[in-house]
Design a protein. Structure first.
Length: 135
């Protein structure tokens, strides 16, 4: 007997091939979505670094809370790095196609998103403190 097809019963060779192609297409779309998300997170985190540096140099000649600013820069860098690692590892999911491989992708994406929000929050706090202390 052949493999069970959707709807029950056995599959012909052609039906099996079509099912495998659909599964591969679905997996390929998953990888493409992860890759797009990783690219967006790399762009966001690296752009946040540039914007943060521009805001600090333009508005805060003597900033307060430089440690918080440095921490937000480091976290943005970590977010960009996590997104880059995820982007590089995404094609592995096509070959491995396992729950563990998918969890790895999700982990790298979660790390990069969390870093982006945390970095943004820290920089926002830094900016509020410094804007309120301007003469």
């Amino acid at each position: 007997g052949g493999r069970a097809c959707p709807g029950g019963g056995g599959c012909s060779v052609t039906e099996e091939r079509e099912t495998e192609e659909k599964e591969f297409d679905h997996t390929l779309e998953i990888v493409k979505m992860y890759q797009d998300a990783f690219k967006h997170m790399m762009t966001f985190c690296s752009g946040a670094l540039v914007v943060s540096a521009a805001v600090v140099s333009a508005f805060f000649p003597k900033p307060h809370g430089v440690i918080v600013l440095s921490l937000s820069f480091f976290i943005f860098l970590a977010g960009a790095a996590a997104a880059m690692v995820g982007l590089l590892r995404a094609p592995e999911y096509l070959g491995e196609h396992s729950v563990v491989a998918r969890l790895r992708l999700r982990m790298w994406l979660t790390l990069s998103v969390a870093a982006a929000y945390l970095g943004l929050g820290l920089f926002g706090g830094f900016a509020v403190v410094n804007f309120t202390s301007l003469p």
